[in-house]
Design a protein around this ligand. Structure first.
Ligand code: WQD
Length: 321
């Protein structure tokens, strides 16, 4: 009953590996280490390779007695995906096909997939539930839609059972300060706020304060990475218990503005965080937050960490590095 975690040395992957091990589950991480970091595995077993290497996937699954896969391995930068789309189609979509072919050959029948709220694009209604139309606005988001479809079709053709987890804005770090999100390889708000708070960059550039939101800045559903890790365990257990495949949102159901993230960080760090209001970032929606009731009902999972806990954990981790 070993769980193979592709992209296990990445941000959300490493937090999931850590949680699974703390629960006494057998885990093997699979990562190319192109963007992952070996140290973030905290000593978990690792196979270094490409998910597109079908034979290696099959062999790894057989050698380790893999019964379940949690599939994180993918490129995840929306901006980069518009500059270098071929890289995204190949690694994310084609890679997923090879992963599935290799895993199915080894008899794996269950898969939890790292999807994204990016599949909804700019939603017409908030909160966003799983019935909202899929309207990806960049190549990265489209690869997540296509990967969801590919996985679902393997359910039809091969009996694979799956859970696609659509994350809202993952943020924060492990409570014990061991792992977190490297700010050198991200464009996401929370790590950039930490960088500014710790004086490692200039002011945070706030992309627009003229949105139709309470304080004019963009509103997102920030979810603690350890809450996300817990949801993966719930999804694995859901499939292991024999339940059916699902698409499910993972968010808190609550939105926070950019200025609220800055204020929470000031409280956590005890120092002012410099920021500057600049123009809107093209393509940014005003407000996105999840309807997460399906996760509560089907997975019996609910996010438990507040924005305060997200920024406190992130600040702790970044300040120790
Ligand atoms: C959050 C808010 C910005 C940076 C992206 C991807 C999405 C998903 C999560 C994976 C927005 C504002 C940001 C900055 C700012 N990833 N902001 N200054 O855009 O909601 O989602 O990450 O699936 O696919 O698109 O996250 O962290 O970039 O932005 O003012 O320097 O912070 O405008 O309101 P986003 P983000």
């Amino acid at each position: 009953m070993t769980i193979l975690v592709t992209g296990g040395a990445g941000y959300i992957g490493s937090h999931t590996v850590k949680l699974l091990r703390s629960l006494g589950r057998d885990v093997v991480a699979f990562d190319s280490l192109e963007r992952g970091n070996r140290a973030s595995l905290l000593g978990a077993p690792l196979v270094v390779g490409e998910i597109a290497d079908e034979d290696l996937i099959e062999r790894t699954c057989r050698d380790h007695g893999v019964t379940d896969i949690v599939h994180f391995a993918a490129y995840k930068s929306a901006g980069e995906s518009m500059q270098r789309p071929g890289m995204y189609w190949r690694n994310n979509v084609q890679g997923t096909v090879h992963l599935l072919e290799g895993a199915l050959r080894a008899g794996v029948t269950r898969l939890v997939f790292s999807s994204s709220a990016a599949v909804y694009g700019n939603p017409v209604h908030v909160p966003v539930d799983e019935t909202a139309p899929l309207r990806p606005e960049n190549v990265y988001a489209e690869t997540k839609v296509v990967m969801e479809r590919v996985i679902s079709w393997y359910g039809t053709t091969h009996g694979l059972r799956w859970a696609s987890l659509r994350y809202f804005n993952a943020a924060g770090a492990a409570d014990d300060g061991t792992i977190g999100e490297d700010w050198s390889i991200t464009t996401n708000l929370v790590p950039l706020v930490m960088k500014a708070a710790l004086g490692a960059s200039g002011p945070v550039l706030v992309f627009g304060n003229d949105y139709p939101t309470a304080d004019g800045t963009g509103v997102r559903d920030y979810i603690h990475v350890e809450d996300l890790a817990t949801a993966h365990v719930a999804a694995i257990d859901h499939l292991m218990a024999g339940h059916g495949s699902i698409n499910v949102n993972l968010g808190t159901g609550h939105g926070s503005s950019v200025l609220e993230v800055l204020a929470a960080t000031e409280r956590a760090s005890g120092t002012p965080v410099p920021y500057e209001i600049v123009a809107r970032r093209p393509g940014d929606p005003a407000m996105v937050y999840a309807d997460s009731t399906l996760a509560e009902r089907v997975l019996r999972w609910k996010a438990s960490r507040s924005l305060e806990e997200i920024v406190t954990s992130a600040y702790l981790w970044h300040s120790k590095r």
